[in-house]
Design a protein around this ligand. Structure first.
Ligand SMILES: C[S@@+](CC[C@H](N)C(=O)[O-])C[C@H]1O[C@@H](n2cnc3c(N)ncnc32)[C@H](O)[C@@H]1O
Length: 299
């Protein structure tokens, strides 16, 4: 079932890019970006800055930082938070909104794939909200992300003894041994990766899974775009300079069709066990409810 966009959601989304349209906002994006495309908050100085920040200010600083990434606090500037509301409250409410949707995902969709002994890798974990919920249900979770700044924020917000983080380096899951994971999750990340990056990542996911291990991959299919208002299509940008800037400083959004993504999963050696709308599995207050989850098994 494909959900139709509702006008309330559409109007909220129309302001989601607000922090990046001002000159100052764009400069911040450039300064906080890391060396790789799409590594928002990937500047290697950010983890050092966060570690040196006095503890009393650390959480607030981290939430402020997250507000300039296009990935997390996407409702700032929307009518969800009327203007007199102090930014400190808006940031905490945005974090709570993200925490709720990932808790629903962990409890209602991912829990059946977990057991107390599971070792899990969460690819594109960002600040580790989902990873932290999964860590409450299994032995060990490793969050992996391209952004060392996002990881540093996650270490502040979700410290847990069985939750670790690793930064992706040149597309490799460095330090993650072959066949050491029972489950890999990849939520809200594959649409931000071009075909080359995604193909090599799928090979890496295959490498780290035990034989028979499972991967749960969220994919916003091109066929379901009607359910994702305001989607920007990277391919629409014809000018090569604009394309370069978009890759580096804009959020890459690639919507693949079912045949394309299934071929990529199979080429990496996965068997597709099932696929369906996340909203059919659970009620989740997030865009991902209108999009698809592929359940893959390592052959
Ligand atoms: C929208 S956030 C999703 C975070 C988390 N999976 C969730 O659902 O809450 C997307 C994350 O993917 C990460 N990302 C984007 N491209 C990546 C890549 N090539 N390798 C690893 N992580 C990537 C971003 O840094 C960001 O933290």
């Amino acid at each position: 079932m494909i959900a139709q966009p509702d006008t309330a959601t559409a109007s909220r989304k129309s302001t989601r890019q607000l922090p990046f349209t001002s000159v100052a906002g764009r400069m911040l994006l450039v300064l906080t970006n890391g060396p790789a495309d799409q590594s928002f908050l990937g500047n290697p100085l950010l983890p050092i800055l966060i570690r040196r920040m006095p503890e009393a200010h650390r959480r607030r600083f981290v939430l402020r930082l997250l507000s300039i990434s296009p990935h997390y606090f996407t409702e700032i500037g929307s009518d969800r938070y009327p203007p007199p509301m102090p930014m400190r409250d808006v940031l905490e409410l945005e974090l709570a909104r993200n925490v709720l949707s990932r808790r629903q995902l962990a409890d209602e969709v991912i829990a059946p794939f977990l057991n107390p002994g599971s070792r899990v890798l969460d690819f594109g974990s960002g600040i580790g909200i989902l990873a932290s919920h999964m860590a409450d249900r299994c032995a060990q979770v490793t969050g992996v992300d391209i952004s060392c700044g996002a990881i540093a924020c996650g270490r502040v917000l979700f410290p847990k003894p069985n939750l670790g983080f690793v930064a992706v380096a040149r597309g490799q899951l460095v330090g993650v041994a072959d066949q050491c994971m029972d489950l890999v999750t990849a939520i809200a990340v594959m649409q931000h990766m071009d075909d080359v990056a995604l193909a090599s990542t799928l090979q890496e996911i295959h490498r780290v899974l035990v034989p028979g291990g499972m991967a749960l991959c969220h994919v916003p299919l091109a066929e379901s775009l009607v359910a994702t208002p305001k989607a920007t299509q990277h391919q629409d940008r014809r000018n090569p300079v604009t394309r370069l800037l978009q890759r580096r400083y804009g959020l890459l959004m690639l919507y693949r069709d079912r045949a394309q993504i299934e071929a990529m999963f199979q080429n990496a050696g996965f068997v597709i066990e099932s696929s369906g709308s996340i909203g059919e599995r659970a009620e989740i207050e997030d865009d991902i409810a209108h999009q698809h989850l592929f359940v893959l098994k390592r052959a």
